[in-house]
Design a protein. Structure first.
Length: 272
């Protein structure tokens, strides 16, 4: 874990983000905080050009619209040609036909290094439909200690199908390729009360993956551990006068101040 964060700070990867306008500012700030550099560009006229000068691409469908879908496809295909990692955040997949169909089209036409979502979103990609409620995982679909073996097997199977590392985030996080699954227990429940922690994580995952070529699984797991650990650190800082707005800022501060040593010591995970 230590080396993976050190490489982000050392290489300062430049990440192209086609993300949603609810959290775009937070995604930019989380990239800066972790040691990377962001570019936000979602117009078709410049999507390929911007991707060409970046090390990686983060695609997020949180505020999907017909204008940006062609830009996502063009940038994703260009990144594939250049060999740049592409991260996919299928926000709300399963909630509407447009989101689900667009997510499936992206899966067909773009090769992703990492697919990150909650379990309802990931299930929607495997089934072509789902029970997604807004951007939160349906209660019946939560990963628990009891169903962890089945959830890990599900993540591995989807990774084998797509060729991507699959990161399923929730109370227990899973990061898996077809052979290995990290089961991660960092984080705090209050992180779900802030809009955008998942979007921030996807952006930060792109930075970790780009900075650690050939180690996509480990890099994605390190990003998930880092975000969860920073959520814990930020929560400890809060007083009775603080609310979710302060918590959001404290998380970004915690990412900025996170040291490789602290990540190494604070990451709580097992490998299955």
């Amino acid at each position: 874990m230590r080396e993976l964060l050190e490489n982000v700070r050392l290489h300062t990867p430049l990440i192209h983000n086609i993300t949603n306008y609810v959290t775009v500012n937070d995604c930019a700030n989380i990239l800066l905080a972790c040691g990377a550099s962001p570019i936000m560009a979602d117009d078709l006229e410049e999507a390929e050009e911007i991707t060409s000068i970046c090390g990686g691409l983060n695609i997020n469908i949180g505020t999907l619209n017909q204008r940006t879908i062609p830009a996502m496809l063009a940038a994703g295909k260009k990144a594939n040609v250049l060999g740049h990692p592409v991260i996919f955040d299928p926000v709300g997949a399963g909630a509407s036909a447009l989101r689900t169909e667009t997510a499936l089209k992206l899966l067909r036409e773009v090769r992703f290094a990492v697919i990150r979502g909650n379990i309802s979103e990931i299930k929607a990609l495997t089934q072509g439909s789902g029970t997604t409620k807004g951007v939160d995982a349906d209660v019946a679909d939560r990963v628990t200690e009891e169903n962890l073996p089945q959830a890990a097997a599900f993540a591995k199977a989807f990774s084998q199908k797509t060729g991507a590392v699959v990161a399923i985030t929730g109370a227990i996080d899973l990061v898996a390729d077809e052979h290995t699954a990290y089961c991660i227990r960092n984080g705090h429940p209050d992180m779900s009360r802030i809009t955008g922690t998942g979007c921030q994580l996807s952006a930060m995952t792109a930075a970790y993956v780009v900075a650690n070529p050939g180690r996509t699984l480990d890099a994605a797991a390190a990003a998930v551990c880092a975000m969860g650990l920073c959520g814990e650190t930020a929560r400890q800082r809060m007083t009775e006068l603080d609310g979710n707005s302060s918590y959001r800022n404290y998380i970004i501060d915690a990412v900025y101040n996170l040291t490789p040593k602290a990540l190494e010591e604070g990451a709580r995970y097992e490998v299955r």
